[in-house]
Write a protein that binds this ligand. Structure first.
Ligand code: HC1
Ligand code: SF4
Length: 567
């Protein structure tokens, strides 16, 4: 740490870190649009300008490094005028439909316009004068480049974190906007629908394809239909941030209560089917061990990963576990097992899945799964639904999930964090193979936030080599190694988003650089505090096998819980 002066106040800051971070750590507001803590800084929006003594003209603080003795001013008339001029320019090309925009009230640009009082007399555009075509082609995302503020965050996240390079800045008159290759509709590119571009977008230029309006409509006009929600492992933690709670806080009971308040007839838990996935997947792995492969076996629950394999690495299709994702298993069980159990036609059930993920919107439209899950709301959309219903989130009395698809173990909770699907599968595979209790339930070797991790797990003398990758660019690195035969793993967990589902493309937008470890902390706490921490011990899972599914990998289990892939 070195001493610097910010607005006449002496503070300590980390040498070599950015001045922007030093100012924010000191509680000094810095306006910004192109800066994002997860991305490399580029200094293009010219909003984070500061006056550094001895440096002449104003400097972008995101690109200026902290050095001992630096004297910085963040507010003076010259800085203010420069910021306002840059905002006015952006404002002049921005549409005027904030009132009905999907990110109204959650927009970093809107906040800045308000803070700096940039009036609309500079507005030259209305919705009628659309400049760029609205891209509705993707099942997961909507691109409205009229709303783009040219920050380039989507381009950087897609290239450097996801390793996909779907978007690039191209010239459009006097400005550069993010475009797809050959300006193709998003769905005609190799986009994997991960939605990371939407999570870093400071405005509404890239958003999840909204299902919220359909869900609101279904809840309003129920008729004789049963409206069901099912919630993913990662949502119960991240939803807290939308209601002012500390990142990492666990809101399971409040979330369930809020869903009931919105009018859902039943609230099921995707964690239940995460346990089911574990049992099916562990048994599939054991079967592969017995029959010699093919190895490595890859997990299959991340739909962006499935998209990546089908589009870029089709030769790996035989290696992907045939298990449907927990979301898809819930869909098929609700429309078969549950519909039968309550004596209702499947068409009379509307199932909404609440996911931290945009690719899950794509997944429900896959040919084999179509019709099972009706809608997918992201965590962001869920928060919007709660606000629309005047839910006073934290003051609600906590509620529990409904049975029979609502009971889960700690092993399901950790599906929401990178390494969790692997850890859960290993807990079950170990005990199924050896018939013995695991020496320790916590398999710390597979936890962490590094992009690629590996471990050797001793299963009664059988050395199982496992690997875990999170974040598309890391995934691609690991896959290239596997394809080059430089790695001989037996089992690999893949999550396309950094941190796993807690960092999904549908999660609340966050400018907290430690957001992933905070959310992951909440996920492991849920597991740690549970009595049942192994999927195969879940009594509701045992029951559904006895009553309906017979045994893991049975014929009916294959029909309802497994799937196939195509290039
Ligand atoms: Fe995930 Fe999964 S853990 S994919 O990360 O296997 O989205 O949370 O719901 O389906 O259960 C996401 C999270 C989620 C599935 C489960
Ligand atoms: Fe890139 Fe993912 Fe956005 Fe597609 S969804 S453009 S792959 S960041």
């Amino acid at each position: 740490m070195v001493p610097i002066t910010i607005n006449g106040r002496r503070v300590e800051a980390e040498e070599g870190s950015s001045l922007l971070e030093a100012c924010e750590n000191a509680g000094v507001f810095i306006p910004k649009l192109c800066y994002h803590p997860a991305l490399e800084s580029v200094g293009t929006c010219r909003l984070c300008l500061v006056d550094v003594k001895g440096m002449g003209k104003l400097q972008p603080s995101c690109m200026t490094k902290v050095a001992s003795g630096l004297e910085v001013v963040t507010e003076n008339p010259e800085i203010l005028e420069a910021i306002r001029a840059n905002l006015r320019l952006l404002r002049s090309r921005h549409p005027n439909d904030c009132m009905t925009c999907e990110v109204n009230g959650r927009c970093q640009f809107q906040d800045l316009l308000y803070r700096y009082q940039i009036e609309d007399k500079y507005d030259k555009m209305s919705r009628i004068e659309r400049k760029e075509e609205l891209d509705l082609s993707s099942p997961s995302l909507v691109r409205d480049m009229d709303k783009c503020v040219l920050c380039g965050r989507c381009v950087r996240v897609c290239a450097s974190i996801q390793g996909m390079n779907i978007l690039a800045m191209v010239n459009r008159g006097s400005v550069e906007i993010p475009e797809t290759v050959f300006e193709l509709p998003l769905n005609s590119t190799q986009c994997i629908n991960c939605g990371q571009c939407a999570t870093v977008c400071p405005v509404g230029a890239i958003i999840e394809k909204p299902h919220i309006h359909d869900v609101v409509d279904a809840l309003k006009h129920k008729d004789d239909r049963i409206i069901i929600a099912s919630t993913a492992p990662a949502v119960r933690v991240a939803i807290s941030e939308e209601f002012g709670l500390a990142p990492g806080s666990i809101s399971t009971g409040h979330m369930v209560a809020a869903l009931r308040k919105c009018g859902f007839d039943k609230v099921f838990d995707t964690n239940f089917t995460a346990d089911l996935t574990t049992v099916e997947e562990a048994n599939e792995f054991i079967a592969r061990v017995k029959t010699g492969g093919p190895f490595p076996m890859f997990t299959s629950c991340c739909p962006a990963w499935i998209n990546m394999v089908e589009k870029l690495y089709p030769e790996l299709i035989p290696n992907i576990s045939s298990c449907r994702s927990p979301q898809a298993m819930m869909g098929s069980l609700v429309k078969t097992f549950y519909a039968k159990k309550i004596g209702v036609a499947p068409e009379k059930i509307v199932l909404t899945s609440i996911m931290p993920c945009t690719a899950k919107k794509d997944e429900i439209q896959r040919e084999q799964l179509a019709g099972d899950t009706d809608y997918v709301l992201t965590t962001r959309e869920l928060a919007k639904l709660f606000r629309l219903n005047d839910v006073n989130f934290s003051s609600l009395e906590e509620s529990d999930f409904d049975s029979p698809l609502g009971l889960s173990t700690g092993a399901a909770a950790i599906f929401g964090a990178t390494g969790g699907v692997m850890e859960s599968a290993l807990r079950t595979a170990y005990e199924t193979i050896t018939g013995k209790d695991l020496p320790s339930v916590d398999l710390n070797a597979v936890r962490g936030l590094e992009g690629i991790r590996d471990a050797v797990v001793d299963v009664d003398g059988l050395k199982v080599k496992v690997a875990i990758a999170n974040g598309g660019a890391n995934v691609r690195k690991l896959i290239e190694k596997v394809l080059a035969k430089e790695a001989d793993y037996h089992f690999i967990e893949i999550m396309e988003c950094r941190g796993g589902c807690v960092g999904g493309g549908g999660e609340p937008k966050s400018m907290d650089k430690d957001i992933l470890p905070k959310r992951i902390g909440g996920i492991y706490k849920i597991d740690h505090d549970m009595k049942m921490r192994k999927a195969h011990q879940n009594p509701a899972i045992k029951e559904i096998y006895e009553e309906f599914l017979e045994k893991p990998n049975s014929h009916i289990a294959h029909d309802l819980l497994h799937t196939h892939y195509h290039s």
